[in-house]
Design a protein around this ligand. Structure first.
Ligand SMILES: Cc1ncc(COP(=O)(O)O)c(C=O)c1O
Length: 386
């Protein structure tokens, strides 16, 4: 790679970028079957471009963008059944939201132990190393959900927070949050719900009649909820929101911010993209609950079709998909993953539970699934899985 200190022609730079971009796999290719992100909705892209230069770290310069953030927080409070005193913090995604939730729990309790399920997203490992937190992992039950009895037994005087998952990264499973909430309320422990993936899926599946646990502020003991717009929210990366039950809690983690136009900042990021907020606002206003419901319905129907086809070729699923996430149990997931990659398929491998994982996002088509299944069957026969 040559770097010209005198700069280069605009067209040359763009040409180079176009060539390099060809190395990427595009969501439109329908080859990406393992990602929790998707192609952003066109209205999100349009809004992102309109607000490209805005910075919510210095909101006096961008009162319009700040107003959009305020409106989006209100919409998300409504989405998560939050009480009026709740507050939403725009964050860059699940990792920053989880970090911030645990910062709040630690500041409130002055304690250092966090109880969470095995297989919780690796952002919690980052939290442990950043904040000198001890992680105490709870075994999963036969449904790949937190074992609530073990969780209850682990809560002690050092516990700062319990984490429950609504749409796990590994298999899309949902913890029994109503029961976990009762335990946390009784023991007066902060309960953070990581709904980074499930937040834009579960409410709509429930409306369609799926029998899934409640996960949000409808449940009294839930202290905070993380929801990601850049996953099933169909918006542009980076964008998520951490919602907390009491706005006063945010004060506890706010840091004086001289030089900019707000006195304090609670987010990890200083300079924050207003474009992400505008994009998320545009897509949520445009789609409404009905629009998301249609997207989720399509994803779930294709998930059920795909799961059936996988079982028909003789493979086993660890659990029936609760959301649009499918695990496939394998003896050697790494080998199958590598063989699928050679054929151009991009799935995720979850070696901890000996699975590969598919996520049936809005960009995944039935046509792609119909091409994928014969390839999967051939590979699994060759590698002795079936
Ligand atoms: C449940 C869950 N939480 C948190 C995260 C982290 O989100 P991000 O990659 O946006 O930081 C993910 C990512 O897949 C996730 O699935």
């Amino acid at each position: 790679m040559k770097f010209n200190p005198r700069g280069e022609k605009y067209n040359n730079v763009i040409e180079e970028l176009e060539k390099i971009r060809e190395m990427d796999i595009h969501f439109d290719s329908s080859r990406i079957l393992g990602s929790m992100c998707t192609r952003p909705h066109p209205i999100a892209v349009k809004a992102f471009e309109m607000f490209i230069e805005t910075n919510l770290g210095d909101p006096a310069l961008f009162p319009g963008t700040k107003e959009i953030e305020k409106r989006l927080v209100e919409i998300m409070k409504d989405f998560t059944n939050a009480p009026s005193n709740a507050m939403g913090l725009v964050v860059s995604g699940g990792t920053e939201g989880n970090i911030t939730a645990i910062r709040i729990a630690r500041a409130l309790s002055k304690k250092r132990k966090v109880i969470l399920p095995e297989g919780a997203h690796f952002s919690f490992q980052k939290i442990a190393s950043l904040m000198n937190i001890n992680l105490d992992f709870v075994r999963l039950d036969e449904h790949y959900c937190t074992d609530v009895n073990e969780l209850e037994a682990k809560i002690d005087k050092n516990t700062a927070a319990v984490v429950a998952i609504a749409g796990s990264t590994e298999l899309g499973t949902i913890d029994n949050i109503p029961v976990i909430s009762e335990i946390c309320s009784e023991k007066n422990v902060f309960l953070h719900v990581d709904a980074a993936f499930g937040g834009f899926v579960i409410p709509f599946l429930k409306e369609m009649g799926y029998d899934l646990y409640d996960f949000d502020f409808k449940i009294e003991g839930v202290s905070s909820v993380q929801v990601d717009h850049h996953k099933m929210g169909c918006s542009v990366i980076p964008m998520g929101m951490l919602l907390v039950r009491n706005r006063e809690w945010i004060e506890d983690v706010s840091i004086d911010s001289p030089y900019v136009s707000i006195p304090k900042q609670a987010t990890i990021l200083g300079t924050r993209p207003g474009a992400s907020v505008a994009a998320a606002y545009a897509v949520i206003k445009y789609l409404g609950r009905e629009g998301y419901k249609k997207i989720v319905e399509k994803c779930m129907q294709l998930t059920e079709y795909t799961a059936k086809r996988i079982e028909e070729i003789g493979l086993k699923l660890p659990v029936k998909p609760a959301l649009n996430v499918i695990g496939i149990k394998l003896k050697n997931p790494r080998k199958v993953y590598e063989e699928l990659s050679k054929k151009g398929w991009r799935v995720a491998k979850i070696e901890r539970i000996s699975c590969i994982r598919l996520v049936i996002m809005p960009h995944v088509t039935k046509n792609a699934v119909d091409k994928f299944i014969p390839d999967l069957e051939k590979i699994c026969k060759k590698t002795g899985e079936i």
